[in-house]
Design a protein around this ligand. Structure first.
Ligand code: ZN
Ligand code: ZN
Length: 306
């Protein structure tokens, strides 16, 4: 029996100078361990980025403590309920950037696109002088995106600057970027401003924040998330399915990692085809030595280490 809401998943990021980032990582790891949180937190001199899970009580302690640190005063947390721990382990890591962009001269603390909340975004997004750009990766946009949004077929966010030629045509429009929780847009929109785009906006708190504020109208498909849930529904108003099973092409919002660990590619496949393919993306992968036992979900994690 499931009991939704036993655990919370917290998603957060904040661009703020952390001068002693190395020391902060060490302190923060032992602090999170002490509370009993699991998940992934990245810390850099430019800020913090994390998705963690724990009981509501554990999460509340974490949120209160972080907010009471002047460096993180303005941080906001996106809370989702989940019926079990979304993570097996805890990682707190030092990074050069809190989201890997490779954009060296872009500093969202100094300048970034104007933040739009859900309702403001909704009012603007379909106007003729507006273009909406999805800055997430192709395996994410394949599963879901805003109606009429432009996608860039990115393997990773690092490829975003390389897509500038495709975006040149929108230079004179109001450009709104969006991503999962807002973190990539801080840099993507800052980069566009740096490149001379004049009127640049970003969806504050991303698709997750939008869904909470508005019910998710006009988001087609589902949202890919980077934890054990794999995808989450967003749109309660006019939902659709936009992804197709790789094998039988039935519309289905179901994402898997290939059971062949050496392939591990992400793909969309319906349940019955997945059983038939033993969780693999291709016939070759079914024969590969690195094939894992299909676990019924296509989401594989290593066993927890305590
Ligand atoms: Zn199928
Ligand atoms: Zn494969």
């Amino acid at each position: 029996m499931t009991n939704k809401g036993t655990y919370w998943v917290l998603a957060f990021y904040y661009y703020t100078p952390i001068f002693d980032a190395e020391d902060f990582v060490v302190q923060h790891l032992s602090y999170c361990k002490q509370i009993g949180l699991r998940g992934r937190i990245y810390i850099a001199r430019e800020g913090i980025n994390g998705t963690i899970s724990g009981t509501p009580q554990q999460c509340n302690i974490y949120m209160d403590d972080l907010k009471s640190d002047p460096r993180f005063e303005g941080i906001s947390f996106k809370i989702d309920e989940f019926d079990h721990q979304a993570f097996n382990r805890l990682h707190v890591r030092l990074k050069n950037e809190i989201v890997h962009s490779g954009l060296k001269n872009v500093n969202p603390i100094r300048r970034t696109g104007k933040h739009l909340h859900g309702e403001e975004f909704q009012k603007l997004k379909d106007r003729e002088d507006v273009v909406v750009i999805d800055v997430r990766s192709n395996y994410e946009t394949r599963l879901g995106k805003f109606k009429n949004a432009i996608t860039l077929d990115l393997e990773t966010f690092r490829e975003f600057p390389g897509k500038l030629p495709e975006l040149e045509q929108y230079r004179d429009k109001k450009v709104i970027t969006y991503c999962t929780g807002g973190i990539k847009c801080e840099k993507a929109s800052a980069y566009l401003l740096e490149q001379g785009f004049k009127d640049v906006y970003q969806l504050y708190d991303g698709i997750i924040g939008y869904a909470k504020e508005t019910g998710g109208k006009d988001f087609d498909g589902v949202l890919y998330v980077f934890d054990g849930r794999v995808t989450v529904p967003i749109n309660e108003v006019n939902p659709t399915v936009i992804s197709l099973c790789k094998k039988c092409e039935t519309p289905v919002a179901r994402n898997l990692n290939c059971a062949n660990v050496d392939c591990n590619e992400q793909f969309v496949m319906c349940e019955s085809c997945s059983v038939e393919m033993e969780g693999c993306c291709s016939d070759d992968c079914m024969k590969a030595p690195g094939k894992r036992e299909y676990n019924g979900t296509g989401f594989y994690t290593r066993p927890p280490v305590n």
